[in-house]
Design a protein around this ligand. Structure first.
Ligand SMILES: *Cc1c(COP(=O)(O)O)cnc(C)c1O
Length: 357
């Protein structure tokens, strides 16, 4: 039985991505060699990188003046690369969860960090609003989707200083106005590719403003000037990312994806609200993530948590256990998750409710 994959990351990918990657592992681009054993500088692989960059630009409508690069090190390395390259004196950060907290910790090694808003007081179950961004900050850093807690910033906010966004878990889930951002980055293993590659979309004129010297590998300009080929890039995940981008284009792009994502999230949140056994962990509807839907057992039904997890697993629902810092359940509904899988989960929740009535 094909399982319904609700893992938060690494996570579900389109069949198209898996199938084409398997094919390339056997014979890449008709070369008679595996993707795993070819030079990253072969013209066939350079074409993969070029096409992936072109599709990033096309699908997200990235304006002139921006570069797209693929790096190793995960989103976590960006937590230090961003302040290394951008933080002269002071930076502003919004603390909306564990990943934001980690980004803040790294930035503090490079200068003054002003945390303009935080939802830590309520275990990160809301998006702070009404904060003020200091006009003299070098940049303002946000995490648009909080994968662990299930909150999401769904609008492109206006920032008086360059806006930097960790979009690891919601990139390509909706159209974004790139011109409002200076940097958008993320690990690819949530909504794009297998683990191992990090994408960075970067406005070129943001660079070169700090005085410190930066190690070559940690300098954005190194990778921009070498078009992600300064050193050996993560060949396999870049190839897989290209397949997902092609699939996305075939599906109608990010505008179409957003429509489906809205329907999927609404179906599940509605059931969580309706079903007497469950309740959502994020009170405000406008703060709820479309990508990671978090819920717990309702009052009086806490004792059934493990039983529901086992019941769901028996019904082919995989990866629903919530992160240890929230508990309960987390259903990740990334782009590749079909609407039918969410329907199947809702049916299992209803079946469980009927058992307990
Ligand atoms: C998963 C995740 C990260 C960490 O990504 P790595 O590639 O493992 O370093 C950072 N930020 C967010 C929002 C994430 O979901």
């Amino acid at each position: 039985m094909k399982k319904h994959n609700f893992y938060a990351g690494p996570s579900i990918l389109p069949d198209y991505t898996i199938e084409n990657t398997i094919e390339a592992l056997k014979d890449f681009a008709g070369m008679g060699l595996s993707l795993l054993e070819i030079s990253h500088r072969s013209k066939q692989f350079v074409a993969v990188v070029d096409e992936a960059v072109a599709l990033f630009k096309e699908l997200l409508q990235i304006p002139e003046g921006y570069s797209v690069i693929f790096l190793g090190g995960g989103a976590s390395l960006q937590f230090c690369m961003i302040p290394y390259n951008l933080l002269g004196k002071k930076a502003a950060y919004l603390n909306t969860g564990e990943w934001a907290t980690k980004a803040i910790k790294e930035a503090k090694m490079f200068g003054e960090v002003n945390v303009v808003g935080s939802s830590e007081d309520k275990n990160f179950n809301y998006i702070p609003r009404g904060y003020e961004i200091p006009k003299d900050a070098d940049y303002f850093h946000i995490t648009t989707n909080n994968t662990i807690y299930g909150t999401e910033i769904l609008e492109d906010i206006n920032s008086p200083v360059p806006l930097v966004a960790d979009m690891s878990s919601d990139i390509f889930s909706r159209p974004i106005d790139i011109s409002k951002y200076a940097i958008i980055y993320g690990g690819a293993q949530k909504n794009l590719a297998p683990a191992g590659v990090t994408f960075v979309i970067i406005k070129n004129d943001i660079l070169g403003k700090v005085e410190r010297s930066i190690p070559t590998m940690l300098k954005y300009s190194t990778h921009i000037s070498k078009e992600s080929m300064f050193n050996t890039p993560p060949v396999l995940p870049i190839f897989a990312a290209l397949q997902t981008l092609k699939w996305l284009k075939n599906m109608g792009g990010v505008a179409e994806m957003e429509k489906i994502n809205i329907r999927k999230a609404a179906l599940l949140y509605d059931e969580i609200e309706r079903n007497s056994l469950f309740k959502p962990t994020i009170p405000a509807k406008e703060d709820r993530s479309r990508m990671n839907v978090c819920f717990v057992m309702n009052e009086g039904f806490e004792q059934f948590e493990k039983e529901f997890n086992d019941f769901a697993t028996e019904h082919g629902m995989i990866g629903l256990k919530g992160h240890r810092s929230v508990g309960g359940f987390r259903a990740s509904l990334y782009n590749a998750m079909p609407y039918e899988s969410v329907e199947a989960l809702v049916a299992v929740m209803q079946k469980f409710e009927n058992l307990k009535k």
